[in-house]
Design a protein around this ligand. Sequence first.
Ligand code: COA
Length: 369
Amino acid sequence: MSSASMGLEGVVVAETELSDVDGERGQLIIRGYEVEDLVGQVTFEDACALLWSGRLPTASEREGWRARIAAGRNEAFGHLGSIGSALALPDGMDALRAAIGHLSATGDVLRDTYLLIGATAVFAAAWARRQSNEAPIEPDTSMSHAADYLHMLGGEPVGSDRIEGLDAYLCCVVDHGLNASTLAARVVASTGSDLVSAVVAGVGALKGPLHGGAPGPVLDMLDAIGSPERTRTWLAGQIAAGQRIMGMGHRVYRVRDPRAAALERAAARLPASGTAGARLSLAKSVEHEAEALLAERHPDRKLRANVEFYTAVLLEAIGIPRPLFSPTFAVSRVAGWCAHYEEQRRRGRLMRPLSNYIGPRPQAKAASM
Ligand code: COA
């Protein structure tokens, strides 16, 4: 009987052209570009084009991507009347899963991709507005995806600093190797199932606090700590009680997650008059102390800040409500799931691993029988 790799560490199950995570060097490459060279430099639509076509779009191609993704939002808005009570669910990820689950794939993967990218943003924004008893806002197809997401949330004119901050976030988390939700989507793709089903699986996996559910709890932690002087005592108490420090540690990175640095820089670019200034300095001190305390507790395991740590600070500064943090992660990552779906269908095989059976065996048949 072979030994089990319970967390699939070191197991390679796919070949991909999409992205590469080097955990020792702290490097994330998305189709040939280091993530730091994309974040703050390109829009979400550019990142989608890069994932799909393998290169950044020219100016005229950029308009086409923008228009097709905007058309996806428009089409998704038309589905709001036929998703039952999905958006009444109190958890945003449950609502997203249920709402997307009402869609049907056409089988044209690129067309379905535009709809799913549009639907994730439209449904997430509509869910957030419903939480405060407000009607959904129709997409404005003249806007970029990031601008329209903020517009569909608040309905008011949105400043360029917030749009740029959100674009930075969406580009940063669009794809990340074979993370748990992407694996879930690829497993579904490997069975020959449809793209909507793969995205629903991705949303389900992303919801977990060990994956995309961490940024809300990171902010709860910063609230509970309150001021830099309380940081060490608070963190030491949590660690002594066996609690995990949210936003710290990663399955693959043994150094600081490069996305943490990119998002920290994006948060620093937002006006310090907003929440970013005070939050950012508290977050830096919490990161510093957490790293030191975790190094004492786990000297053999390098536990450094991951993407979720500064996601919390950035999204709050942009004005995204806390319960919408994980759905906003999905607004970006859906593009990665769709690209991986296409690649898995094109190059992959049915994923069907084994398990070690540790249950009872049938009794040996009695000789008299
Ligand atoms: N705080 C405190 N201890 C942590 C920790 C954290 N954030 N992350 C890992 N550890 C500890 C574990 O308790 C474990 O200790 P033990 O050996 O004494 O039981 C040890 O480090 C190894 O942890 P393990 O669960 O094997 O690591 P992993 O590779 O499975 O975990 C994460 C990766 C991301 C799930 C984990 O670091 C974590 O839970 N982080 C907090 C949640 C989070 O930020 N998620 C977002 C990820 S992008």
